[in-house]
Design a protein around this ligand. Structure first.
Ligand code: NAD
Ligand code: AHE
Ligand code: ZN
Length: 375
């Protein structure tokens, strides 16, 4: 079939809108009509050329929602008409990782997914006979896409596509990092670096679990009001303080008799390796946990004095907020419908697919929290 898509032709180039060819669903696969897709910073990261796994030409996008319009042989868990969210972290429930109950990082199809291919090693997208690669197993910047059935979460059909698409990455990543990865307890102190589409969801996750002090750190002062909107209690712009941000934050989070300072939990939602170090070092001695969410470019590395870990700080990372997609994503959709979590105010811009490059401009300019493309 033919489908309209925004194609990443080469690193650093604007996406090109074109009609592409898409092969139908094979064994264990589904064809999904994408109704809406968010633009995440990770799409920009890959388009910029910084992603070691970036392949071109490809169809980016991994934060979508849509309807199953066809199924391949052997598909049992979804049927035509089901509303689904594509999962860049699938959940096969059979691989050693899924069975371990220790991680959400299903390994069933990760190797081919990283090569921009379907599990059988083929690409279903092409144009003029030239292969176009899939992206993160989703390619939601195409109006229609194929996915393995283990990589879709069936969700409540009452939920609006143009809002729940954000649960396909940003919402689940931010809230999941708090609940699944850090397991933040009520009354905790936390510092969130980067108040964008992910960081604001970490903040609303912290509010949800009852954290006491929620410090937001961003280089952009316009993010202060955004953080406060979702539960941030204090804001710091590193450019506006005297000296190093780490002692400043440690001092700010002093509580209790020992007056040592440092947060119980810190989160990097920037992708800056400098901010990742600052986040680790602004954790509380003895028990502070720092969670890396941000994705850093090829060749970049994190560093700290080992003494930081010897003295009890813990460095952790999280992918998709530790969420098991087919199990957890439908629950998060229900939380949204029940009003337990907010999504609507974070969607600052809506665009047509023809306007998608404007969404990347808005992100570069720091003007958007989430731009959603509606097909
Ligand atoms: P965004 O562009 O919406 O927000 C980033 C924010 O960080 C901006 O407000 C920016 O001003 C701020 N910032 C940048 N450098 C900073 C610094 N040194 N100190 C303080 N603030 C700084 O991006 P987003 O969509 O929220 O994504 C954030 C990061 O999370 C990206 O690296 C993205 O690739 C990554 N991500 C990871 C996962 C995962 O599963 N681990 C999922 C989604 C996104
Ligand atoms: N391809 C990059 C890594 C990118 C990355 O870490 N992706 C996150 C999701 S970001 C969503 O916005 C992730 O899920 N990682 C786990 C995985 O298996 O990819 C690189 O550096 O090679
Ligand atoms: Zn993302």
């Amino acid at each position: 079939m033919k489908t309209k898509a925004a194609v990443a032709i080469a690193a650093g180039k604007p996406l090109e809108i074109m009609e592409v060819d898409l092969g139908g669903p094979r064994e264990g696969e589904v064809l999904v009509e994408i109704k809406a897709t968010g633009i995440c910073h990770t799409d920009e990261f890959t388009l910029s050329g910084a992603d070691p796994e970036g392949i071109f030409p490809s169809i980016l996008g991994h934060e979508g929602a849509g309807i199953v319009v066809d199924i391949g042989p052997g598909v049992t868990s979804v049927r035509k008409g089901d509303h689904v969210i594509p999962l860049y972290t699938p959940e096969c429930r059979q691989c050693p990782s899924c069975l371990s109950r220790k991680t959400n990082l299903c390994t069933a199809i990760r190797a081919t997914q990283g090569q921009g291919l379907m599990p059988d090693g083929t690409s279903r997208f092409s144009a003029g006979g030239e292969k176009i690669f899939h992206y993160m197993g989703c390619s939601t910047f195409s109006n229609f896409t194929v996915l393995p059935e283990i990589a879709v979460a069936k969700v409540n059909p009452d939920a609006p596509f143009d809002k729940i698409c954000y649960i396909g990455c940003g919402v689940t990543t931010g809230i999941g990092a708090v609940i699944n990865t850090a397991k933040v307890e009520p009354g905790a102190t936390a510092i969130v670096f980067g108040l964008g589409g992910i960081g604001l969801n970490v903040i609303q996750g912290l509010r949800l679990v009852g954290a006491d002090m929620i410090v937001g750190v961003d280089l952009n002062n316009e993010k202060k009001a955004w953080g406060e909107r979702f539960g941030m209690t204090h804001f710091v712009n590193p450019k506006e303080i005297d000296g190093d941000i780490v002692p400043y934050l440690v001092n700010m989070t002093k509580r209790g008799a020992d007056q040592i300072g440092g947060a119980d939990y810190t989160f990097d939602c920037t992708g800056s390796v400098k901010a990742m170090r600052q986040a680790l070092e602004s954790c509380h001695r003895g028990w502070g946990q720092s969670i890396i969410i941000g994705v850093a470019g090829a060749g970049q590395e994190i560093a700290t004095r080992p003494f930081q870990l010897v003295t009890g700080r813990v460095w952790k990372g999280t992918a998709f907020g530790g969420a098991r997609g087919r199990t957890d994503v439908p629950k998060i959709v229900d939380w949204y419908i029940a009003g337990k979590i907010e999504i609507d105010p974070m969607i600052t811009h809506r665009l047509k697919i023809e306007e998608i490059n404007k969404g990347f401009d808005l992100m570069h300019e720091g003007k958007s929290i989430r731009t959603v493309v509606v097909y």
